[in-house]
Design a protein around this ligand. Structure first.
Ligand SMILES: C[S@@+](CC[C@H](N)C(=O)[O-])C[C@H]1O[C@@H](n2cnc3c(N)ncnc32)[C@H](O)[C@@H]1O
Length: 375
């Protein structure tokens, strides 16, 4: 059965997700803000959930239609074949968002959709009462400029929850976001990658998963695993394929350091849970004491943002140290994610080759990119 899937992502990372979707073999792909739509089959739902590294969720598109009034919304929602997906004992919730639309109240839209789906299921199953003891279904309504998009969330927990991070250090990056940073850099698995302020190690762990071709969702489960509409064999097969695709360890050059010993402990434990402990070397070290003796390499790092005053002063000295370290090392590519706009005033090897605006959660940050000479 043909379906339309939508991978959602953060503003600025759409192209990375598009490339990931292409790499999985999908062709008809439409990109818009925060949303990448592609044609697939039912059996592709497991594959997309297991493999997409940078997407937040995979949604199954049910319908899209204009909705200017509550009646429009109700009628068109009841007309949809919800019983094809939601089981008689299904437990379902509705989340709604409204943006620049006549129907402003997300809460009212939410209860209209819930009511409409209940109506539909009542008549489809000929029952009046739903036990809600079965699989979970989350319906999402996104109303944008009077166009209603109804989807079912196939992922459940956000895809950043890989299952390897029970412990987070200070201000950790989301796993999906860190995977995006690695993919925006020109890092390839045969190249040295260093994160000298690695915190809980997210960037390096995501690089290790990429380098070893480990599907990021391999060790977790997904909402749609409980849906009878998707054959259980499709999940089993996708998992088996992902398991067989893992490359042996021992070849990656991934190095992480941080001045905080507790963070390095956490990074080691997270890497072990992700199955990549032997692929990354972690050490406790102040970035200002780092010594670079290699001619070529890549740095991807996210320094503290300097929101507190003490940090603010320390930050300048970190920037100065980075500048000293890499000023004459033009074989190194440097990628720095920070909300602090004075970073390029200190890092003066050259002007950044590219500055991308990215949102780390709600914080607006810049990803400063300085390209190095290729080996
Ligand atoms: C924003 S956090 C990095 C978070 C990391 N990307 C993650 O996902 O967990 C910044 C890190 O810089 C570290 N740091 C601060 N000053 C440092 C210094 N002088 N040398 C090395 N690391 C430092 C902090 O301990 C913290 O872990």
């Amino acid at each position: 059965m043909k379906v339309t899937l939508i991978a959602t992502t953060k503003f600025g990372l759409e192209m990375v997700v598009k490339q990931e979707i292409q790499a999985l073999g999908f062709e008809e792909i439409v990109v818009s803000d925060g949303r990448i739509e592609f044609e697939a089959t039912l059996a592709d739902i497991p594959k997309a959930n297991l493999w997409l590294r940078c997407a937040d969720r995979v949604l199954l598109k049910i319908a899209e239609f204009p909705a200017h009034t509550f009646d429009d919304l109700f009628e068109q929602t009841t007309a949809l074949p919800w019983e094809e997906w939601i089981t008689q004992d299904g437990k379902f919730t509705v989340n709604a968002k409204s943006h620049k639309s006549a129907l402003k109240s997300a809460r009212s839209c939410q209860s209209i959709v819930k009511k409409a789906v209940v109506e539909r299921l009542k008549s489809a199953y000929q029952i009046d009462w739903f036990p809600e003891t079965g699989a979970e279904f989350t319906i999402q309504l996104a109303l944008v400029r009077n166009s209603a998009l109804l989807t079912l969330d196939t992922s459940g927990m956000g895809l950043h929850k890989r299952g390897y991070r029970e412990e987070a250090g200070e201000a950790p990056l989301k796993e999906t976001f860190a995977a995006g940073l690695v993919q925006l850099s020109f890092w390839q698995p045969d190249r040295l990658l260093l994160d000298p302020m690695c915190g809980s190690g997210t960037i390096l762990i995501e690089a290790a998963l990429i380098g070893r071709n480990i599907a990021p969702g391999l060790y977790r489960d997904f909402a749609a695993e409980g849906w009878p509409a998707i054959p259980a064999e499709a999940w089993a097969q996708a998992r088996e394929e992902a398991q067989n695709a893992i490359l042996p360890g021992g070849t990656l050059q991934l190095q992480g350091s941080d001045s905080d010993p507790a963070s390095i402990e956490i990074a080691r434990s997270n890497a072990a849970k992700a199955g990549v402990a032997d692929d990354i070397q972690f050490e406790v070290k102040d970035v200002r004491k780092l010594w670079i003796d290699r001619e070529y390499g890549i740095v991807i790092t996210n320094p503290p943002y300097g929101i507190r005053l003490a940090e603010y002063q320390e930050l300048n000295s970190i920037y100065i140290a980075l500048n000293k370290m890499f000023r004459k090392k033009d074989g190194w590519s440097i990628y720095v994610l920070t909300a602090d706009q004075k970073f390029p005033d200190f890092f003066k090897r050259a002007r950044p080759d590219r500055v991308r605006k990215l949102y780390n959660g709600t914080i607006e940050t810049n990803f400063y990119q300085y390209y190095g000479r290729k080996p």
